[in-house]
Design a binder for this molecule. Structure first.
Ligand code: PBG
Length: 334
């Protein structure tokens, strides 16, 4: 964009466009609405349980009945999508991760419960083995290595069980090679041609996932790190290759993760591919803001909205955010 047509002062007084709220509204370039938000929630077993996640103030793990209530709350607020993550009973974690494709695991039970209640909200699920893996990794571990192709075969079973339960969007967060193609092929073959894939395409090996691993109970299990499958935070071009690859294999939507530290990636992805692009404002970003707010160091509502708007500015179509219900309530009041 050329700025050579800019008039000199005083022909141009840029503050003219900022002098009143009406004029500021008129020239506002980006907007954030409730329709831009996907709400990630954590499921646990039991009944009537709402249990706080210590490292994510304001976030709770809910039993399936309470997840149904949350879905209803989300729908009433106008949030279009709820995204389910399970906190799996440690006794159900194995090397073979069989619980991942159990038709009656927490995610599948919650999906059916939301569907049976007739709630008007789309359901997104997570495809990766970490909540079920005794090794805490997203894939099978053998002699300290993360197996790719064997993991992809398991992810297909997991995704099909979720499609069977009735999810609308499947989000593979595992970063194995070839999984989008394998998932798409299996969904087509099994009559789930309308299930969408939102690929965690550019997912970085980030330090910002710590509180999430507490929330799903994977922190204690994880040995080592995820650098052999998640991306190096120093890379940009590689993200574009991952997006191109996933779109070519049948992803309907793509994601950049984490969010705020990777806004440059969001912008490049949107400009290059013009595909539906999402960012995940991850647990550590949420925790950072909440910790500062709890200390009285930041204005919670102001930084929440500013942190969400930056994704729209960077070209994202939507944001996965733990702030979704709070931001939706605030947007209703405005
Ligand atoms: C794992 C997964 C992670 C998140 C979503 N899915 C963490 C990880 O890769 O270790 C992170 C979400 C967050 O931090 O909010 N499949």
């Amino acid at each position: 964009m050329s700025l050579t047509g800019l008039a000199p002062f005083p022909a141009a007084r840029h503050r003219r466009l900022r002098r009143s709220s009406q004029i500021r509204d008129l020239v506002q370039e980006n907007t954030l609405t409730v329709k831009d938000m996907i709400w990630p929630v954590f499921i646990r077993d039991g009944e009537g349980i709402e249990e706080p996640v210590a490292s994510m103030p304001g976030v709770i793990r809910r039993s399936v009945d309470k997840i149904v209530e949350a879905a209803r709350e989300g729908a009433d607020l106008g949030i279009p999508v709820i995204c389910l993550f399970p906190y799996t009973d440690p006794a159900l974690k194995t090397k073979g991760c069989e619980e991942a494709w159990n038709p009656d695991n927490l995610t599948n039970r919650a999906t059916r419960a939301i569907r049976d209640a007739g709630i008007d909200i789309a359901i997104m699920s997570d495809v990766a083995l970490d909540p079920y893996n005794i090794d805490g990794h997203d894939g099978f571990v053998c002699d300290g290595k993360i197996l790719n192709d064997e993991t992809v075969a398991a992810l297909v079973k997991q995704a099909l069980s979720q499609a069977e339960a009735g999810v609308d969007i499947i989000g593979p967060s595992d970063m194995m090679d070839g999984r989008i193609g394998a998932l798409r092929q299996a969904l087509e073959a099994e009559g789930h041609q309308d299930v969408t894939l939102m690929s965690y395409s550019a997912k970085y090996a980030s330090g910002f996932y710590g509180p999430f691993r507490d929330a799903v109970g994977a922190s204690g299990n994880l040995k080592g790190n995820k650098s052999t499958y998640q991306m190096n935070p120093a890379n940009t071009d590689e993200a574009l290759r991952m997006i191109a690859r996933d779109l070519s294999e049948g992803a309907d939507m793509v994601m950049v993760k984490p969010g705020m530290p990777y806004l440059d990636i969001c912008r490049r992805v949107k400009d290059q591919f013009a595909a539906p692009t999402f960012a995940y404002q991850v647990s550590g970003e949420y925790a950072m803001i909440q910790a500062a707010v709890q200390n009285g160091w930041l204005d919670g509502q102001k930084v929440m909205m500013e942190s969400l708007m930056c994704f729209k500015r960077a070209g994202c179509d939507g944001i996965l955010t733990y702030f979704a219900p709070e931001a939706a309530r605030l947007l209703q009041e405005l």
